[in-house]
Design a protein around this ligand. Structure first.
Ligand code: GLA
Length: 392
């Protein structure tokens, strides 16, 4: 059975109750921002590539109100703890870790000259954490949108997404690309967000075919040992580009990679091969999708996964098992394509399939994965949802 996504209005009403319970306050501002799933274009947003994510209907909701004090007070359903941040000083990093995503965004507003008043806020999320579905970008974009509401100001959407990306860099210490924050900020119902990461311009691409379903399979695996793997991959791509002597990956061809294979050495040369081939695959996949050419799209998704596993080495056993199950169901069983999605080292896979077979496919993915690994996965479908917005 396909899990239903929690209704956004239920999340909002639970968060509103949380605010009342913890601060005895009524919400005057309610903001919601979604997580994302990426159909194709992995680990190339920081390489001037193209990526094809969409906002999922799982959200971070922040409800709150000005409190007339000099303190920002943040609470979540996680525990009874309240995080207190002085509102009048430039906000710095602090404890607990989740608050850094929010602190970084508040600081981004302060750096733009905004005076932040004291406020109380309650935060709830239906985006699974550590699942490669951008729960952190959702947290950042929800806070940025909440502050827009609180300050009665509107940031340009691109500026807002970049402010959130900077928060992730400076406060969470992850040198991420622009994909997650752009997907969370620009997402629209029935639209994919095709992002040209060189110009940082998103294009909304129709995804309306009711016969297509996107299944997200959270493997529940998160390999802490590989933390830092993301930053290492990013460094290796920079090293490769320097050896290739090019200003941008968009100017690099497969022939360039082969000509510099020895000079780059292993594993940098394989990282380079992934980047160049994944950029080409993503462009081809967006074109294939626009003409409903699934026989081209499926193999592109498969090749993307293989390249991430073999050349970029960001997959893991659990992701490979989940993708292999989808592959074994195959085109005849209604699966168009399947691959890991997001940063990797655990997290989720994305499977594009025929809607009529989706429930059955989800059953098979769940049962065979549990059989193979002993882990119960979390499997749900999502259509493209609305990006970060104020509610009500
Ligand atoms: C994480 C990062 C993104 C992107 C993906 C991999 O989600 O935050 O910027 O690099 O990994 O595609």
């Amino acid at each position: 059975m396909l899990q239903l996504n929690p209704d956004l209005s239920d999340l909002v009403s639970d968060a509103t109750k949380g605010l009342l319970d913890r601060f005895n306050a009524q919400a005057t501002v309610t903001a919601a921002a979604p997580g994302r799933v990426n159909l194709i274009g992995e680990h190339i947003d920081y390489c001037d590539g193209f990526v094809l994510p969409f906002a999922i209907d799982r959200h971070v909701v922040i409800v709150g109100t000005a409190n007339g004090t000099r303190e920002i007070r943040l609470a979540t359903a996680l525990n009874r703890q309240t995080v207190i941040i002085p509102a009048e000083e430039p906000v710095e990093r602090g404890e607990p870790t989740w608050s850094d995503y929010l602190r970084g965004v508040i600081r981004g507003f302060q750096d733009r000259g905004h005076v932040i008043p004291g406020f109380d806020a309650f935060i709830l999320s239906s985006v699974p954490g550590g699942a490669g579905l951008s729960s952190s970008a959702a947290l950042e974009c929800a806070m940025a949108t909440f502050l827009e509401g609180l300050l009665d100001t509107v940031l340009d959407t691109k500026e807002k997404a970049l402010l959130c990306q900077k928060a992730e860099h400076d406060f969470a210490g992850v040198p991420c690309g622009v994909m997650d924050q752009f997907a969370s900020a620009f997402g629209r119902p029935n639209r994919l967000v095709l992002i040209d990461c060189r110009s940082e311009e998103p294009e909304l691409v129709p995804f309306e075919n009711p016969d297509l379903t996107v299944i997200i399979s959270n493997t529940m695996a998160h390999h802490a040992l590989t933390d830092g793997g993301y930053a290492t991959r990013r460094k290796q791509t920079e090293e490769a580009l320097a050896i290739l002597g090019k200003a941008s990956w968009r100017d690099v061809t497969e022939a360039d990679v082969l000509a510099n294979w020895e000079a780059m050495g292993d594993p940098v040369n394989r990282r380079a091969r992934h980047v160049v081939s994944e950029i080409a695959r993503t462009v081809a996949a967006a074109a294939a999708l626009s003409r409903n050419d699934f026989e081209t799209l499926g193999p592109l998704m498969a090749a993307s996964h293989d390249s991430l596993r073999n050349d970029f080495e960001v997959s893991c056993e659990e992701l490979d098992v989940m993708v292999d199950i989808a592959r074994s169901i195959g085109r005849n069983g209604g699966v168009i394509g399947s691959r890991m999605t997001g940063g990797g080292f655990g997290g989720s896979t994305v499977t594009l399939c025929e809607s009529g077979r989706a429930a059955e496919i989800a059953e098979i993915l769940a049962s065979r994965y549990a059989e193979a690994t002993g882990i119960q996965p979390q499997i749900f479908a999502s259509r493209p949802a609305m990006g970060a917005h104020l509610v009500g």
